[in-house]
Design a protein around this ligand. Sequence first.
Ligand code: NAG
Ligand code: NAG
Ligand code: NAG
Ligand code: NAG
Ligand code: NAG
Ligand code: NAG
Length: 844
Amino acid sequence: MLDSDLIRVNDLLVTVLLHTGSRWPSKGSKPTAQPVHISLAIPHDISSTARYDDLSRSINYSSLASTLRTCISPIVASQEHAFENLEQLLFRCFDLLLTPGSTSSPQLPGAQIKIVQLKPPLHCKKLAIEGEGTREPDASWKLTKIRHIVEDLECQPIIGVNPAERLERQTVRINITVETPNATWALNHWLDFRVLIRRLHEKVDATSYLTLEALASFIAIETLQHLQSSSDGSIAYNPKVNIKAAKPCALVFADSSEVEITRQFKDYQLTLSSTLASPEQSASIRSDTHSAAIAIGSNVGDRFQNIELALRLLENPLLVVKDRSIISENAFLYVVNTSFLYESAPMYVRDQPAFINCACMIETNIPPVSLLQLTQQIEVIVGRQPSFRNGPRAIDLDIVLYDALEFDTRAPEERHTLDNLSGHLVIPHPRLSEREFVLRPLVDMIPEYHHPSFQKGLLALLNELLLVTNDLPMDRVIAFPRYPLSPGTSSPLPGIDPVPPTLTYWKYADSQSIRRLQSKNKSRTRLMATLNVTPDSFSDGSTYDTIPTALAYVQQAASADIVDIGGYSTRPGAAFVSVDEEIDRVVPIVQAIRSADSAGKEGEYEENRVVRDVPISVDTFRWEVAEKAIIAGANCINDVYAFTGPQNYPYSASGANREQTTEYMRQMKSIARKYAVPAVLMHSRGDAGTNKDYSAYGYSDDAAVLEGVRVELGMKVDEIVEGKGGIRRWNVIVDPGIGFSKTVEDNLELLRQGAAITADKLIGAGPREKKNPLMGFPQLVGASRKSFLGVILSDRLGKSTNAKDRAWATAGAITCAVQQGALVVRVHDPEMSDVIAVADALWR
Ligand SMILES: *[C@@H]1O[C@H](CO)[C@@H](O)[C@H](O)[C@H]1NC(C)=O
Ligand SMILES: *[C@@H]1O[C@H](CO)[C@@H](O)[C@H](O)[C@H]1NC(C)=O
Ligand SMILES: *[C@@H]1O[C@H](CO)[C@@H](O)[C@H](O)[C@H]1NC(C)=O
Ligand SMILES: *[C@@H]1O[C@H](CO)[C@@H](O)[C@H](O)[C@H]1NC(C)=O
Ligand SMILES: *[C@@H]1O[C@H](CO)[C@@H](O)[C@H](O)[C@H]1NC(C)=O
Ligand SMILES: *[C@@H]1O[C@H](CO)[C@@H](O)[C@H](O)[C@H]1NC(C)=O
């Protein structure tokens, strides 16, 4: 409608009576007289008036103006025309202009009205409301646009990066525009400017951002929060908030530096509920789905078992809480993301065992207070486990965040201290910012998350905390459950699979940690000794193809940290092996190792105990084999196809053989989850001898193959770890897949730059750039005896080698893997432990 010519009346000064929004709160119920400027723009085709200069076709501005003035000015004695708020005043103006029988001689098709309040609440210069209305055929009018504006709100935060700027507050000017796309909604709701302005003024003054961008984003969140809290949670209300923030004093030769951003609810809810991302999921998401972060810690009993049990209970709220008035019949709760696992020295009370800590993100329709009751109930159940005596700290579950809620069940007079939180729910967790063991796991999942009450992202909070603490560093840990389960192991609650006890766990330094050096002593490289029970395996042929030789190998490999048993070679051209045959090869060996006993020669008892308790990984891509091997005693899955089966290339949502890869993914995930075993996930592209072209990833300075591994394996790892039914992040080890669909130079690059695969960097190009999905995962490197080593020996020395002649060449490759920070190296020759010992001494 407003494309046509416009006739304007600007800044008509009127005094009105308003109940709200005056500079000072009004006393009692008496409205306050306020000066306002009303501006009108009326669409009107001026061509005929202009052509004939005809008065009758013109709009009588003076009569328009005087109607407005008389109809809205107060008749002081009776206070007849007092308005509740600016919105009501605006609608009254539309009534006057657009309903028949009012003054305007040619009927007006519509109008734009802007009302500026000249004496707004403190700290800002002007408040305004702007609307557009059109006349309806039925003699009423319709609001088509509405916008609220705060102009030149002045605050005094600490802002800027220069040292001088960190010392003194400076003025920041802020303009805020709230656009409400659903104008119908606005007819029944009004915006409380005073409360918004006071909130912003207080909170912005307390900030100390480095950048104006971060401050603008903070203001947008605060404003959206205010709007949300006054919107009864209606999804019909989806305002757009535009923030302009300027630092007038920052630049010497320019007026000011300024940023402008526009944000909606969805821009911020994304950080917490990003599982909503995939379209097929979002269709089924119910509108009452909430995101929450839960921090978990345990320092009594089998800490890993406690944590896994707590998570399983959490995911079965109906089994845990029987009272349907607390947890209703249709309650659901999914763990959709997990952190890494950490071991930390106890805080506050030091005289107790070390804690294992982690955190998870959940999606649930359970409201906060019921969720608290659920977690308390879980603490009781886990604390009752017979493996230890009622440790009160067998498990601690803390609801740290719940959407962007601020929540406190304490009586107002108790809120000034944190002394008595027991039995209460305070969200976000009030001690969050002083607890590395809560912040660090959260940062694994939502580093940028910016809760309105923190004023900062979580990563920034963690970094600040690290600057002031002298605590021992937290180490990452990975635990291997003990299998086979002892007979009679039962589940603590019917309906939940039994949770395995822990066989052993490894500590390692988080390679991202700035305090890596302090913990270097704890971080030794682990040796995985390979035991192939394939007659055609490229490296050891049939040497170990019998139980006695296999046991002898494991005994000889006594220094190995884990033994990897495989029954199906993935060497190019290797013979097909049926599932049953693979099981027949692998399972008896696992059983033999687990039942190695003291029968035999003197002094063998201790040796056999070591053999019996060595962690075993099963090298298979088949879920049937994985499950049988675990039941028999394996503790880890090592899958060269990363849960996607042999036909996995190219791998994408619509890729070839999607049905088959999806089935592998579903089955392998469910086995890894059910048995709570770690999984080694390797990068591969179908047949190992082909698909060596990585040129599609050659868009950065980094070698294309590194980016290829990050992107391709990252996609699979995301699918395995994130969302409903994912396996725990702390149970994943990634393997760049040296020798699988890679050229000699690619293999060398993966060794040389190994750390870059899991580094904190962005991947992808342009708009698809995102965080490295492999960031922070521990790596396994398998270079042993591989053919690229043979190629190097032949090129450089003219020497042709068989796989088993490449031990020294392997040693060379391993030292590089150690130097690059690998957690595990996979080798055929157990003597490589000497190589690792020396390389560790050099670099770890
Ligand atoms: C406009 O309306 C006012 C009264 O409402 C009248 O006095 C005036 O003559 C009108 N002007 C024209 C040009 O019609
Ligand atoms: C606009 O808001 C009203 C409630 O005020 C709601 O009934 C209507 O469905 C909303 N329209 C849209 C398109 O969301
Ligand atoms: C806010 O709006 C006013 C009026 O349009 C303008 O003069 C001022 O520069 C704006 N301030 C910022 C920070 O953009
Ligand atoms: C802490 O709060 C709980 C629950 O309100 C109350 O029962 C208890 O007495 C309080 N303890 C102290 C030490 O104030
Ligand atoms: C899980 O955490 C990762 C960070 O490690 C993050 O990139 C991802 O978006 C999160 N996914 C979900 C579903 O929360
Ligand atoms: C490394 O760890 C061992 C065993 O825990 C300990 O005896 C030794 O003192 C540590 N060395 C250093 C340099 O911290």
